[in-house]
Design a protein around this ligand. Structure first.
Ligand code: GAL
Length: 983
């Protein structure tokens, strides 16, 4: 009998949930190659007992093979499906359609009674999506749901000495799918390990171990609650603990006079052995107290600030299948970018992730496998989180989450789930958790009124909303009345999601951080999200790309909305991650003037002894002096002032750069790793007197340049070139073209229903309406003088009355060929500009060159994402200047250019008076060619290399899910000018 429409969590034969423990009891892995076949639809009940494939003598010779763990959709059977909020099946709870992909899995394994003589043998599943029914030697053992949760059955009585047959039928859709509507791929299959677990008689079925430390005295308590046999001995050799209890009544928390604290910055763990005469369990316990005191969240007595990311399990090849090296790499990369917290969005990860978090040091908000977001579209009618019919399923999920992961020092908060509205089942889950584990606060963002949670949590609030919650209440608290609002404002405030890192972005990370600095009640947050979910795929001609929603032909999907990570699908860190690292520097370095700098320790636990300070002075980007300094000894929260040694005065542009770096290697970075950087300009570039002309026109040639009759540049030395052409267009970023979660595929205003103002369409909608991507140009005049040329150009879009007028003034002088560009808007402009600049066409061959520049770098930067950029000399291959975001869009802008060398092309920018330095960008495609293209491989063939020089670009914002570009970073039409010299 199938249980597809059964809102119960599983059969009664499932064993009580327990911790994922390391024990010396026997374990036999059943991972490996299994026989597999996929039905497109649910094959239905087998009237006379188990389906034939479950029988011992079934013939599976015609079946395929599949690795366990895996998702069948990534192994040539069916395909993944992506939706965000929507259910890809009718909203008809608890039922699912008959067209329900169903995977039959079968394997034969050896088992002998000696495996666990005198004991029991359990069959363990660590993760199966979404409903599994299990047979051993033809006998139905049970069924279960809860895709990212662990399930065990006692199968001892069904086993035979020798060969045994395990058969598992997995349904992609089940009633439980209504509880698993997270924004991720739907990826059915047995995707975590399957094993036999020996349970010796008188063994330890479960252990709950908690380490507490009194931050005032440093004394510790070790509270160990075993379940199973007796007597039980607890040993902690490092603490001299060796305690034996003969009965439950003897259990007492063990006290320790002095113990080191576990914190994310000092992940100190103690080995704890818990044993009976039959089994020893080894735990690694950390001692720390997490508590809510008024509106503060404290860990070990000090404010716990989350500088975190939302982390899904996603791998471009394996999906949610765990790979230790991959995950360790991810966590180390996080730590190297000053990320010290993780929200396990939106489900418990593989248990080993939490062991790694304990070891490497992360504050973890551990989230239950629960999301019913699709019910939002029907005003939460029938929401399982509030329907008594689903009470057991919801409680079951809470229980299995907490029991499995309760022993981790890194887990500092339980989260009931994500985006499931609100309701009594959530409240009951919270109640159950509180009973079971009162050592960790409870989080759930959807509890707007704060009826059953301990912290106030919001996702994607504006800066104004945060300031209102934390300071002067200038607006009502989100969706609640004044009484509940007052309750929420009296709690610690956490941003469970903010700074949507989709495509090029997010903007304003530094602005969010400044609020964390300003308001003690605000305990930081978790950037959405760590990594793009793209799945590695190939086009028919073998070109690799990263697939997103719709690429597998799903009829209902949410497109590119899951490409919203700080790390690209292939693991490449995006500039957004670099920006985050800069914004979350553990120590800040602030120039006070002259040689003085203020150092502030923003860490939770650590002082400054593990860091050293390297400084350097560069004149025109060339090092002139450098050294190493000791940082003052600063406790967390303290600040001090340092003085750099005296260095001779500069006559040219001088920058002093300070870098705080690790003195010694750590578990996540080598010695010398820079954790914080700051710069100050001590001397501006000396104005260069223009030198007299060294020649005039020779026919159409002026110096090394050749112009056509309309004033266009056509040749520079041996290079065929074109331009300059005034340009206002950039290929829209996701944040430019989306408006909240409603419009994925298109920027069609009819589809938008974002968190912003519905009357304010996405930027790119306005830009496209006004034709900024299709300016038409008219040369107004071309005037040649003895040593120069002035070209005036008017640029407007079809049927518009506004535009820009550009003057390109060329002059040959002793420095080379000088181009002064002046752009002025005219007419009734009523929208921002994506950029304002000019474009040059260069020969395609130059794209193979390495670009060397003196300016800002090393990565791209934009007005609201510029903390990581600094001034220096950099070099990169042209193709490495842009970022391969999930789909083509604006990338590669680097403002503040001083000079650029690209093969035979040399140009220098000159700032003077109101004329600033331009930014530059090199791309094989124009902004127009990049627009509206779904994947990089769909770009048209390159027609050359394009050099953009921009006076300015519009900010990034994070409007794809969150606030738009703030006014101070917006590029409103204005007059601009800049000067470059080709030499
Ligand atoms: C949130 C949600 C996340 C994700 C994000 C947008 O509302 O909790 O799961 O969908 O929006 O990417």
């Amino acid at each position: 009998m199938t249980h597809l429409g059964d809102s119960a969590p599983g059969s009664d034969t499932r064993l009580a949930p327990r911790a994922w423990l390391r024990s010396d009891a026997p374990v036999q892995s059943l991972d490996g190659e299994w026989a597999f076949r996929l039905h497109d639809a649910d094959p239905g009940d087998d009237v006379d007992g188990p389906p034939p494939f479950a029988a011992i003598d079934a013939d599976v010779s015609g079946w395929d093979r599949i690795p366990v763990p895996s998702h069948w959709g990534l192994h040539g059977h069916g395909h993944p499906t992506y939706t965000n909020i929507r259910y890809p099946f009718p909203l008809d709870p608890p039922h699912v359609p008959d067209a329900n992909p169903t995977g039959d899995h079968r394997r034969v394994f050896e088992w002998h009674p000696s495996f666990c003589a005198g004991g029991r043998t359990l069959l363990r599943f660590e993760g199966v999506e979404s409903l599994a029914t299990v047979w051993v030697n033809g006998a139905e053992i049970g069924w279960f749901t809860g895709s990212r949760l662990m399930t065990e059955f006692d199968i001892t009585d069904h086993l035979v000495d020798g060969e045994n047959v395990l058969a598992v039928r997995v349904h992609q859709w089940s009633a439980a799918s209504y509880l698993e509507d997270q924004d991720q791929w739907w990826l059915p299959g047995i995707f975590r390990s399957v094993s036999l677990q020996g349970r010796p008689a008188n063994g330890l079925d479960d252990v709950f171990a908690r380490g507490d430390r009194d931050p005032a005295t440093g004394a510790g308590t070790l509270d160990v609650r075993p379940r199973g046999g007796w007597p039980v001995t607890v040993r902690v050799p490092e603490l001299g603990i060796d305690e034996t209890w003969t009965a439950p009544s003897e259990i007492v928390p063990l006290t320790i006079d002095a113990v080191d604290a576990w914190t994310a910055e000092t992940p100190r763990l103690y080995d704890v052995d818990v044993s009976t005469d039959a089994e020893t369990v080894r735990l690694r316990v950390g001692f720390r107290r997490v508590e809510v005191v008024g509106d503060r969240l404290l860990a070990d007595g000090r404010p716990l600030i989350f500088r975190g990311v939302n982390r899904h399990e996603t791998d471009p090849d394996r999906g949610r299948v765990f790979d230790e090296e991959y995950v360790r790499g991810e966590l180390e990369l996080m730590r190297r970018h000053n990320i010290t917290a993780i929200r396990t969005a939106h489900q418990p990860p593989h248990p080993r992730v939490l062991e790694l978090a304990d070891e490497l040091g992360f504050w973890v908000v551990l989230e239950c496998d629960l999301e019913t977001h699709g019910f939002w579209d029907v005003e939460w009618t029938g929401n399982p989180a509030d329907d008594p019919a689903w009470r057991a399923a919801c409680l079951d999920r809470a229980r299995r989450t907490i029991e499995r992961d309760k022993n981790h020092a890194s887990v500092v908060m339980w989260s009931l789930g994500n985006e499931s509205g609100t309701g009594r089942n959530l409240a009951e889950m919270a109640g159950w958790i509180r009973e079971r584990d009162d050592s960790r606060p409870i989080h759930y963002e959807g509890d707007y009124g704060g009826a059953y949670t301990d912290v106030y949590s919001r996702m994607y609030p504006t800066l104004e909303e945060i300031a209102s919650v934390c300071g002067e209440q200038t607006m009502p608290v989100h969706e609640i009345g004044p009484a509940e609002g007052a309750r929420q404002r009296a709690k610690p405030f956490v941003l469970c999601e903010f700074a949507h890192a989709m495509g090029n972005g997010p903007g304003s990370l530094a602005d969010y951080e400044s609020l964390v600095e300003a308001y003690p009640r605000l305990h930081g947050g978790f950037v959405w999200e760590w990594r793009d979910h793209g799945i590695r795929a190939r086009t028919d001609d073998g070109t690799e790309f990263f697939a997103y929603g719709g690429d597998f032909g799903e009829p209902v999907h949410d497109g590119v909305y899951l490409m919203d990570g700080l790390v690209l699908s292939d693991g490449t860190p995006s500039p957004g991650l670099g920006e985050l690292a800069a914004v979350w520097a553990p120590v800040t370095l602030e120039h006070l003037g002259e040689r003085s700098w203020r150092v502030r320790n923003r860490q939770h636990t650590l002082g400054t002894a593990h860091l050293e300070l390297q400084w350097r002075a560069e004149d025109d980007g060339i090092p002139v002096s450098s050294g190493t300094l000791d940082l003052p000894a600063l406790a967390p929260g303290d600040e001090g002032v340092i003085e750099l040694p005296e260095i001779p005065d500069a006559t040219t542009e001088r920058w002093v750069t300070l870098e705080a770096a690790l003195r010694e290697g750590s578990a996540w970075a080598p010695a010398g790793h820079v954790v914080s950087r700051a710069q100050a300009q001590l001397h501006a570039a000396a104005p260069r007197p223009a030198r007299a002309a060294t020649g005039g026109w020779r026919g159409d040639a002026l110096g090394d340049a050749v112009f056509d009759r309309r004033g266009g540049l056509v040749r520079w030395r041996d290079l065929e070139v074109s331009g300059p052409l005034p340009e206002l267009w950039r290929a829209p970023t996701e944040n430019d073209q989306l408006d909240g979660q409603g419009s994925y595929e298109t920027a069609d205003p009819a589809l938008t229903h974002g968190r912003g103002d519905e009357d304010t369409p996405a930027s790119s909608v306005r830009w496209l309406e006004r034709g900024l991507d299709r300016l038409q140009h008219r040369v107004l005049s071309v005037e040649r003088s003895d040593d120069g040329l002035v070209q005036r150009v008017r640029s407007m879009a079809a049927h518009s009355a506004q535009g820009i007028e550009t003057t390109f003034s060329w002059r040959l002088d002793g420095d080379g060929l000088r181009l002064h560009t002046d752009i002025r808007p005219f007419g009734p402009w009523d929208c921002t500009w994506p950029r304002v600049g000019a474009r040059f066409g260069l020969p395609a061959a130059l794209a193979g060159e390495r670009a060397h520049w003196f300016g800002t770098g090393p990565a791209e930067s934009y007005p609201d994402s510029a903390e990581a950029a600094y001034v220096g000399r950099f070099a990169a291959d042209v193709d490495a200047l842009g970022v391969a975001y999930g789909r083509p869009q604006e990338t590669g802008h680097r403002p503040g250019l001083r000079s650029l060398d690209l093969g035979p092309l040399h140009l220098r920018a000159v700032a003077s008076g109101s004329t600033g330095l331009p930014g530059f960008q090199l791309d094989r495609h124009t902004a127009q060619e990049r627009t509206g293209v779904a994947h990089a491989h769909e770009l048209p063939p390159s027609r050359g290399l394009w050099l953009y020089l921009d006076a300015a670009q519009h900010g990034l914002g994070s409007r794809a899910c969150g606030p738009d570009v703030l006014p101070r970073y917006a590029l409103w039409p204005r007059a601009v000018s800049w000067t470059v010299v080709f030499d």
